[in-house]
Design a protein around this ligand. Structure first.
Ligand code: URA
Length: 434
């Protein structure tokens, strides 16, 4: 068996055996197969797809590239949430403290920015000192201490995903159901959960732009999860417009602070409470998802979720002072507003264009070794469904790259559709699949 033969077989549209998949993923993780051959296989999988058996074998090869965590010694049901990726999607950071404050154990292995979409780990690391690199024992200790711990893939946990994720990010091979499935589910199964709530996004800013593709992805993720003995459910949610008002790592953390202090925008809080409510219910803290949603809202209103967030940040070595005084965070050298040229109602703001612009401004990576500028990004002052008045700002961009300011403003201005008549805000939660 050679890497070349396996690449050719997939290129020609033939299914790969479990042994071939295992040989390739293991060889790549150990550094025996080079990036250029892995890239070729990723593109072949992207173009030719994988059947159910191949998808399961791919996820298992990722999972067995590292260890799996046993959390049986920690009492209680362990529930996590994962999103398939979006723009302005900061839900995990708001929801993890809410659900932990409800008493559910939340082990969370998250990802970094991928393509035009942001990553929970990069956002958390914009908090000075915040650490996401822990070994398994440290992860378990923190989980016991706070009831929640947010980390990234490590050399011990799904290392194949860590390496392949970074390669997919720069080889245009992200939007593939088997590759997303193996990436998400290997991390989730490795972390020792009992149940999982998935947020499968659809729309121009999602990896699954079409609704039917999102449903297929949701079903595939549920199939993998249930086969592994994990209760898995999914919500299909809208990702045509950026979620909330901010896109970019620190800007999004600032918005999370507002959300946890009860001042979050409707679209973001609707999804957060729905997913948190489902997690609280699956963690058996309430008798229904609706009462889980009620509890989620109460935990934000009475300040318990915010206190839990401060506790998480402190436990993971982050600076809580800056969260209490966010105005002290360094700001981008260039902050440029775009002023509405007309009166009207915002019909839509293309999330893909917003995500891509944010990456160029410095909020994401164009090459796998790029350093992120945590300050960079975009803050919207108006959202889809809201009224705008001529002469008032619609968004502000933040960057240190002077040469990009004018082009970025122009690019974004083009993707904001303003209608003369009132427009309703988009429906956020489109479906539930179990
Ligand atoms: N999130 C992940 O962890 N992996 C993907 O491939 C997409 C979203």
């Amino acid at each position: 068996m050679t890497a070349y033969e396996i690449i050719s077989k997939k290129r020609d549209g033939h299914p790969l055996s479990s042994e071939e998949i295992g040989f390739f993923i293991n060889g790549y993780t150990l550094g025996k197969i080079p990036d250029y051959q892995m890239s070729a296989l990723l593109m072949a999988i992207y173009l030719k797809g994988m059947d159910e058996e191949e998808s399961r074998a791919l996820m298992e090869s990722y999972l067995h590239s590292g260890q799996t965590i046993n959390l049986d010694h920690i009492p209680g049901i362990k529930v996590d949430k994962h999103s398939t990726g979006g723009v302005g999607d900061k839900v995990s950071i708001i929801l993890a403290p809410i659900v932990a404050a409800a008493g559910v154990i939340v082990p969370m292995i998250s990802g970094r920015g991928l393509g035009h979409s942001g990553g929970t780990l990069d956002k958390l690391e914009s908090i000075p000192g915040f650490t996401v690199d822990y070994n398994i024992d440290e992860f378990k200790n923190k989980l016991e201490q706070t009831g929640v711990c947010l980390i990234g893939q490590t050399a011990e946990l799904a290392p194949a995903d860590k390496k392949i994720y970074a390669l997919r990010d720069v080889t245009a091979t992200i939007q593939s159901i088997p590759l997303i499935g193996a990436s998400i589910m290997s991390k989730k199964i490795a972390e020792g959960i009992d149940a999982l709530v998935l947020d499968v996004k659809t729309g121009v800013g999602a990896f699954m732009t079409e609704y039917d593709q999102a449903v297929r992805l949701a079903k595939s993720l549920i199939h993998i999860g249930e086969n592994a003995g994990k209760k898995t459910i999914a919500y299909i949610t809208d990702m045509n417009n950026p979620l909330g008002y901010t896109v970019g790592n620190w800007l999004e953390i600032e918005e999370c602070i507002e959300c946890l202090q009860g001042k979050g925008p409707d679209d973001l809080m609707e999804i957060t409470h729905q997913l948190a409510g489902a997690m609280i219910y699956l963690g058996r803290k309430t008798g229904s998802v609706d009462s889980g949603i009620e509890l989620s809202k109460n935990l934000v209103n009475d300040g318990k979720a915010w206190e839990k967030f401060l506790e998480i940040v402190k436990t993971q070595k982050g600076d809580t002072e800056i969260l209490l005084n966010p105005e002290k965070y360094p700001r981008s050298e260039f902050q440029t507003e775009y002023i509405s040229p007309q009166n009207g109602w915002i019909e839509s703001i293309n999330a893909f264009e917003v995500g891509t612009t944010a990456v160029h401004l410095g909020a994401g990576r164009l090459k796998s070794d790029d350093r992120i500028d945590y300050k960079a990004g975009i803050r919207f002052h108006k959202k889809a469904g809201q009224k705008v008045e001529k002469g008032t700002p619609i968004f502000t961009i933040y960057t240190d790259k002077k040469e990009l300011v004018q082009d970025s403003v122009k690019r974004l201005a083009h993707v904001i559709i303003i209608e003369p008549d009132p427009v309703s805000p988009p429906k956020m939660i489109l479906d539930y699949i179990a």
